[in-house]
Design a protein around this ligand. Structure first.
Ligand SMILES: *[C@@H]1O[C@H](CO)[C@@H](O)[C@H](O)[C@H]1NC(C)=O
Ligand SMILES: *[C@@H]1O[C@H](CO)[C@@H](O)[C@H](O)[C@H]1NC(C)=O
Ligand SMILES: *[C@@H]1O[C@H](CO)[C@@H](O)[C@H](O)[C@H]1NC(C)=O
Ligand SMILES: *[C@@H]1O[C@H](CO)[C@@H](O)[C@H](O)[C@H]1NC(C)=O
Length: 436
């Protein structure tokens, strides 16, 4: 490629055919310059500012108000307390081949009529399984009546650690934003996650919280990791191939970004509606620029939202560095977390976290969680909205009551303790730290 280009320009020089056009354009240039200079001084109303006078673009107070962005800016709710209504959550539950039963179980364990749910089975799952999942959602009387559970018909090829993963999450968020104007937080779960508190507990505790707090575990990438992660370039074939293939590493390296700082953290997040509107609608270019940057970055789900939130003045103070999950790692940590089982039960409970991962399919500890933490006997983990009879085998949730009344239990107390710690001055002083 490069060789061709060189020999081509070499030939042009040796021909000397460039001489005539070169002098012609030089002459035109000089004429233009002279006329501009003389035109300026001989202008009849020379005192006027030039029409192309530029207002210096800075993000300071004096220039805001001139530009459309400042109006858009004003439209977001920075206090987070405009609504005193009880909160609503929007869940994405995603899975792959063979996960549909587990996804259904997670869905039932986190179900509450106030919330919104979207299920995504990736392209590795056979169409039959996606159909079965859709049919079991359709067959549920409560889901049919409340209409708050959706299965994504468009199924995406998702590469582990590739940008197709973040693209899929963004699509689900876009659907949730369009379909429901009411939710306050978005939560990301997989088929191997499970809740440790009831939705009543979670909604009760979050009722009292500012609606602009983003739970996103993050640290700035620094040291050797910065060179290793920030300079490598990957390509995710899931973006353009129809069959799944592994991420490809290129031999080229790129320089580190200087217009923003890189952050990384947990791929499990609980994000506010206002932050996600900022990311999805894109009236500010930063979320889009960073998304494009992350196309070639390894593990974009562990960095995209983190880098956007910490590089945006309006949001950096809203980022609480915790992913609200109990996750156990090997020492030293391996690539995947440990599978949780009976022996981890006490530690999970003690953590106060509302969710845990990861669990093997049908692990007996899930039954223990159902029985002891969620009170789940039938379909759902019951809440104050379940007002039917619970005699014998009857499902109290078959009759729905007021969904803004919550019955909080010990789970709410555990979560409250965790949140108190997360919202303490000491903890919040570590928000979006910038190491230099
Ligand atoms: C948006 O608002 C914040 C503070 O509320 C301000 O610091 C920032 O400069 C504003 N951005 C624009 C583009 O006006
Ligand atoms: C969302 O959830 C999935 C689990 O299926 C996870 O792998 C992914 O990285 C998560 N995070 C984001 C930001 O997409
Ligand atoms: C809500 O906040 C108030 C005041 O900060 C506090 O007294 C109350 O205990 C909180 N309630 C819950 C459920 O956390
Ligand atoms: C539901 O409960 C809330 C809070 O207790 C109350 O404000 C509301 O009026 C109730 N709604 C109905 C329809 O009873």
């Amino acid at each position: 490629m490069r060789k061709n280009g060189n020999s081509h320009s070499g030939r042009v020089f040796s021909d000397r055919r460039w001489i005539l056009p070169f002098f012609a354009s030089l002459l035109v240039l000089i004429t233009l310059l002279l006329s501009a200079v003389f035109g300026l001084f001989s202008s009849p109303n020379g005192g006027d500012p030039l029409p192309f006078d530029v207002i210096p673009f800075t993000r300071s107070e004096d220039s805001s108000g001139y530009f459309v962005e400042s109006d858009l800016n004003r439209s977001f709710d920075t206090t987070g307390f405009s609504k005193m209504e009880s909160p609503r959550l929007a869940y994405l539950i995603s899975g792959t081949k063979g996960d549909s039963q587990r996804m259904m179980r997670v869905l039932q364990a986190v179900y509450h009529p106030r919330n919104q749910y979207i299920l995504h089975l990736d392209l590795e799952a056979p169409p039959r399984e996606r159909l079965d999942l859709t049919l079991s959602v359709k067959a549920d009387q409560t889901f049919r009546e409340v209409e708050n559970v959706r299965v994504m018909a468009q199924s995406n090829l998702v590469t582990y650690k590739g940008p197709t993963m973040i693209a899929c999450t963004l699509q689900a968020i876009a659907i949730l934003l369009k379909e429901s104007s009411e939710w306050d937080w978005f939560i990301n779960l997989s088929a191997s996650d499970y809740p440790l508190v009831t939705q009543d507990d979670l909604l009760h505790v979050f009722s009292n919280l500012s609606r602009n707090l983003n739970f996103i575990e993050h640290t700035q990438i620094a040291g050797w990791k910065l060179n290793q992660r920030g300079k490598s370039i990957i390509i995710d074939p899931g973006l353009y191939l129809s069959k799944k293939a592994d991420i490809a590493w290129t031999t080229q390296r790129r320089s580190l970004p200087t217009s923003f700082k890189l952050f990384t953290g947990s791929a499990w997040v609980m994000l506010t509606r206002s932050f996600l509107e900022y990311c999805i609608w894109g009236w500010d270019n930063l979320p889009r620029t960073i998304l494009m940057y992350y196309t070639n970055f390894i593990s974009s789900p562990e960095g995209y939202f983190h880098t956007v939130v910490c590089n945006t003045e309006e949001f950096r103070n809203t980022a609480i560095s915790h992913d609200l999950h109990y996750i156990a790692w090997d020492t030293p940590p391996k690539q995947h977390p440990l599978s949780l089982s009976m022996k981890d039960f006490d530690k999970m409970v003690k953590s106060g976290a509302p969710f845990a991962r990861k669990f093997a399919k049908e692990d007996p500890v899930l039954d223990k969680i159902d029985k002891e933490l969620l009170g789940r006997k039938n379909r759902f983990a019951p809440g104050a909205w379940c007002i039917g009879s619970s005699d014998g085998e009857a499902d109290p949730c078959s009759l729905r009551g007021n969904d803004s009344v919550f019955r909080s239990g010990p789970g709410a107390e555990r979560l409250q303790v965790l949140l108190q710690q997360l919202l303490s001055e000491d903890f919040r002083s570590k928000q979006c730290p910038s190491k230099r």
